[in-house]
Write a protein that binds this ligand. Structure first.
Ligand SMILES: NC(=O)c1ccc[n+]([C@@H]2O[C@H](COP(=O)([O-])OP(=O)(O)OC[C@H]3O[C@@H](n4cnc5c(N)ncnc54)[C@H](OP(=O)(O)O)[C@@H]3O)[C@@H](O)[C@H]2O)c1
Length: 233
């Protein structure tokens, strides 16, 4: 018996990096994985890889920056697999690395639209399914800069701080339910986003995404006792 046998998990941003590693680890742990991102080819690499290893996964191609993307998601999931137990809200963008006064307004809004509003829309659309689960789990992927608020990390840091607030609000709203809502701070991980943020850093000095997925398993498991917490990977 595997820890996530019988569970259905939606992982956003599953075509690369942390999301891909979490999707694969969940499938290895017995979950049926719905892997979501924008790009067909790289997302299908994730799904095909899971199938080759004997796991179960489907691709959902969607742009979470599109305000209508979440509209039919619950219906699609119900039709495809009949339920949802675990949401990993992982997809995000870095946006401009610039001082506030030099940040373009449209670029600021683009970052908030995906990193914060996209996840709000997911919660709104998927809450009924998560509440129906006997052990619903919502995991929001944040960043250390949500709390350090480093100079020059403007929209990304502010959107992640707001995402942590959103997760806390959701946790407070669901305290008396079977739902457990938590935040993961992945730390430094070898991905394309990290390379864009730190172009002069040697990638091989960083942990691989596959090396930091343990906390995602702990928070997804039916036994998870955490609620309203931010855990480091
Ligand atoms: N890597 C680190 O060191 C680090 C540190 C702290 C926090 N984080 C957080 O960890 C999470 C994963 O980051 P990562 O480093 O793995 O990034 P990554 O390798 O750039 O992957 C980002 C994922 O998000 C998807 N995505 C981007 N825009 C999207 C959209 N509009 N709609 C749907 N999917 C979209 C991308 O796929 P498509 O392009 O195919 O859509 C990709 O699968 C993020 O929330 C990030 O803020 C990472």
């Amino acid at each position: 018996m595997k820890l996530l046998d019988g569970r259905v998990a939606l992982v956003t941003g599953a075509s690369h990096g942390i999301g891909r590693a979490v999707a694969k680890m969940y499938a290895d742990s017995g979950a049926y994985v719905l892997a979501l991102s924008r790009s067909h080819d790289t997302l299908h690499e994730t799904v095909d890889d899971i199938s080759r290893r004997g796991g179960r996964a489907d691709a959902i191609i969607a742009d979470l920056a599109d305000p209508s993307a979440a509209n039919d998601l619950a219906a699609r999931i119900l039709q495809q697999v009949g339920k949802l137990d675990i949401l990993v809200a992982n997809a995000a963008m870095l946006g401009p690395m610039a001082r506030l006064a030099e940040t373009d307004g449209a670029a600021w809004e683009e970052v908030f639209n995906l990193n914060l509003h996209g996840n709000f829309r997911l919660v709104k659309a998927l809450d009924p399914l998560l509440q129906e689960s006997d052990a619903g789990r919502a995991i929001f992927v944040s960043s250390g800069v949500a709390r350090t608020c480093k100079a020059g990390w403007g929209a990304y840091a502010a959107s992640k701080a707001a995402l942590e607030a959103l997760a806390k609000i959701y946790a407070n709203e669901t305290i008396d339910t079977n739902l457990r809502v938590n935040v993961v701070d992945p730390g430094r991980v070898r991905t394309a986003m990290r390379a864009a943020a730190y172009p002069y850093e040697h990638p091989m000095t960083l942990p691989a995404p596959e090396d930091m997925t343990g906390v995602f398993l702990e928070l997804a498991s039916p036994q998870c006792a955490h609620h309203g917490e931010t855990l480091k990977a």
